[in-house]
Design a protein around this ligand. Sequence first.
Ligand SMILES: [Ca+2]
Ligand SMILES: [Ca+2]
Length: 408
Amino acid sequence: MFSQFQDLLTVFLILYLMNKFSCSCPVYWMGYTHVLDDVLPNTANKMVSTNSKIACMLACTNEPQCVAVAFHKQRKECHLYTRNAKELTTDPDPGMAVFVMITDGSNVASLNSPSTSSVGVIQPPRAALDNDNNTCFQTDQYDYQPWFLLDLMDTFLIRFIVVYNEAEYPERLHDVNYEVYDADPTIGNFSEANCCASVVDYTTGKNIIRCNKGVQGRFVKISIEKSNFLTLCEVEIYGTLVNGTSDTCNQRYECNKLPGGDNIALGKPTEQTSFLHAVYSSSKAVDGNRNGMMSVASCQATAADDYNPWWQVDLASTYDITSITISNRYDDKSYYGTWLSNVSVIVYNSYPTLSTTTSKLCVFIPGVFGGTVRTFKCDEKTVGRFIKITKPTEYLNMCEVEVTGIQQ
Ligand SMILES: [Ca+2]
Ligand SMILES: [Ca+2]
């Protein structure tokens, strides 16, 4: 048990660490696990006498079945809840603060290809997502602000993040910031970070990071401030889809809700200037599948010698266009993710090559699109039936184009 001095020391350390970071993240003293080692409960609702919220947190972290924990201030007790226990939804007792609420979620990280500030000599970024704790990604030794960014391809309520560090250099995972963003923070105007957590200490092997309650977003960024190596042997992100349920959506990218209603491009007639291969036909961009892995063959692509490529869809009726959502391939973001760049979306009132047809630029998307899914609005009100997407260099390669609009 703590002595009064240790109590004060703990409080001081927590206050110091909480002030250390600009965002209002919870700070977890993850190395302090010995406190409750002797009295960890194995069953739900077993009460543990303790004198620290942190100790409760650690008790939950170290109990594999623990999904939620509450701290009773007056009685100085931790209440741990297992997955089978009824989920706590309200404060169960006036003296009890429910400060961690974890419900079961699945690892939503594994399908995606991360982007990183640099790539070191050991393994590529995918090594952090290959379900092997012994294969590790590491940033370059001269990268002094290293980061690792995961695009979850949809908005998730992030419950917790699990990272495995390298056995030889576990200390590299100290002073780590875990941030969640609504938009890709490496592209243009991004939203501010929704702070998940800043974790000062580390344990060797598995580190569990509880996110701030209610943190949601699509991009998860892991970065460090003090070390020039970011070494991640495995990253797992647990959360639940915000707009959809895992029961009805077998694959996340098929479950996205679009701003402005139904996808009016789905299954409509398409054309493109050339083919990289017959399997990458124009219709693959309206087959309802955003999957960015080319091996799945749900992406269109134009030929290598086609330097003025375009792709178009006939919406079969005239619409006031509300939004355009383009899914790029994401099987190798640092390479293929750069193919799609300087994209123009043009709307025509009738078939584009007819002499009577008029056109209007809906939106121009400057620079590299990124191996991701992005949604755009036209710069101003745009009404039309055909949507053409072009870029000024070879390889027009998109995995899905979704359109919403109001029929005229
Ligand atoms: Ca690995
Ligand atoms: Ca597709």
